[in-house]
Write a protein that binds this ligand. Structure first.
Ligand code: TXE
Length: 482
């Protein structure tokens, strides 16, 4: 009997009102292994009402009381970490080891971080001249927050939204990606075991165009936090604008790495193979373009291609596996179409570009080998458009000015990494890059205390630390005559 998931509304499982379900495929085999609610506007409305009903009570809890609930959620996720990691790997395709090392620990950290952060919030106060008046800020939650998350890091990114939103005193309606529902479904039961009051968190499954669009349009949802593709981000913002909804968008990227000749070329190649192919290249922060100073270009391409060829593609449960399948048949076909385009654009396939040979059990899976493309101009479509898969394009540059120009040449501005031993150049180039995050001689070092988000077509707003708590609250100024 195929497992049927349910929406989690008001602390209880709910079947979709329309009785419809979507097939949920296992990426490693291509087989249907569960069914998810194909929810509509009425399911979203039910969830919004549950969240609205308890909002007055939840928002009246003290920061200390809300902090305790978040710590309890973190502890419960930790208790089920192994089951969640297995579910995540089966549902999204990422290696089980990666789910255990990255995905689940970050979900736990999200709740523990904001459980603490909420206790250290301060307001601003200003005494006017001659102390005749006192101005001070007062922050309050907005109400029901609509949280929409993508399929690549399902639990990590969903909890990155839930934790600050409820810490700040809001209640939430979540719409996870229909491609990877499993860990969000398990989260519902975990929240009940953690003692989260019913209605504070609600989770509705379904497609973006129906359930997602109903959530962004719902008049009783004044704040939206969205993570996903840039095109979808435009639809979300279009829906939010007429009602002036406070909106945070974390969108796509086409992140570049810049390797100068004075860098540790071998170390840069090792780190950039991780950065290009981790989670099958399905992390918005992956470096999918690498610009290398001409002097060391041949050496870098040789090392990078060799290291990429050592990656093990296969069974996500195998602890030796470095890359599992892509998330869906459609996504694999999209990535393959870009590999064909790269060849048409004059690129050379330095490694990969094909599918691995695996046992019959995985014959229906969405596997692709890591692919390295060289010699494309920075203006090529494969160098400009987000592929969001295991495809990395490498090209040479002559000057620092050219490296900056190439990096800034796309519509995106999410992140970049710089590899050089010249400290002044590191700071100078980092400040010239039009991206929200720059890593120097490292990648994906995340600290929740700093602002996170993209520029240009990569997003709107910043979340992280106090930036998240500011986003999930309204700030008023009160002026009192003394
Ligand atoms: O996005 P989609 P995906 C980006 C990544 C890639 C994409 C992958 O770069 O481009 O996300 O995720 C719902 N109204 N980032 O393919 O299709 C949909 O159901 C309301 C960037 O999932 O945009 C899903 O739940 N909702 C990021 C969610 O939106 C709608 C980190 C995302 O779906 C909707 C991770 C609609 N009209 C991935 N249409 C970052 N910058 O941090 C779809 N959805």
């Amino acid at each position: 009997m195929t497992q049927k998931l349910a929406n989690y509304i008001g602390g209880h499982p709910h079947a979709p009102r329309n009785g419809k379900y979507l097939d949920n495929f296992e990426p490693a085999t291509g087989k249907v292994y569960s069914l998810i609610p194909d929810s509509g506007a009425e399911d979203i409305e039910l969830a919004v009402q549950a969240a609205k009903t308890i909002f007055p009570w939840w928002s009246a809890r003290t920061a200390g009381q809300r902090s305790e609930v978040l710590y309890s959620i973190a502890n419960k996720i930790e208790q089920y970490a192994s089951e969640l990691a297995y579910a995540e790997s089966k549902d999204q395709g990422k290696p089980l080891a990666l789910a255990r090392e990255l995905e689940i620990p970050r979900a736990i950290h999200n709740f523990r971080f904001f459980a603490s952060e909420i206790l250290h919030q301060t307001e601003q106060a200003v005494h006017a001249d001659a102390s005749e008046t006192l101005n001070y800020t007062h922050r309050s939650p907005l109400g029901v927050a609509g949280l929409i998350s993508p399929w690549n890091l399902p639990l990590y990114l969903l909890t990155w939204k839930i934790a600050p939103a409820i810490a700040a005193g809001n209640t939430v309606v979540c719409k996870p990606s229909e491609l990877t529902p499993m860990t969000a479904y398990m989260l519902g039961e975990i929240l009940n075991e953690a003692g989260v009051p019913h209605g504070v968190v609600n989770i509705v499954f379904g497609r973006g165009a129906t359930a997602g669009a109903a959530l962004t349009a719902n008049p009783e949802v004044p704040i939206l936090s969205f993570t996903g593709g840039t095109a979808t981000g435009r639809s979300v913002l279009t829906s939010a604008v007429p009602k002036f909804k406070k909106t945070s968008l974390e969108l796509g990227g086409k992140n570049a790495a810049v390797v100068f000749a004075d860098a540790d070329v071998a170390e840069a190649a090792i780190q950039l193979v991780r950065s290009g192919f981790q989670n099958q290249g399905e992390i918005c922060l992956c470096n999918s373009r690498i610009f290398v100073e001409e002097k060391v270009y041949p050496e870098f391409v040789e090392k990078f291609s060799r290291y990429a060829s050592l990656l093990r593609v296969g069974n996500p449960e195998d602890k030796e596996t470095n890359m599992g399948p892509l998330v869906s048949k459609e996504h694999k076909e999209k990535v393959q179409s870009y590999i064909e385009l790269a060849k048409k654009e004059g690129g050379k396939i330095a490694f990969g570009g094909d599918t691995p040979t695996l046992s019959d059990y995985f014959s229906g899976g969405y596997f692709l080998n890591p692919t390295v493309v060289t010699d494309l101009p920075h203006t090529a479509r494969c160098m400009q458009e987000e592929i969001f898969g295991p495809v990395v394009c490498i090209a040479p540059f002559k000057t620092e000015k050219e490296a900056i120009e190439f990096t800034n040449s796309t519509e995106y501005g999410l992140s970049a990494s710089l590899w050089t031993r010249d400290v002044s150049r590191a700071h100078r180039v980092a400040q010239a890059l039009q991206v929200g995050t720059v890593w120097v001689n490292c990648w994906m070092v995340r600290d929740l205390r700093v602002p996170f988000g993209g520029m240009k077509a990569s997003g709107l707003g910043r979340e992280g630390g106090r930036h998240s708590l500011e986003f999930y609250t309204e700030t008023k100024n009160i002026c009192v005559k003394l």
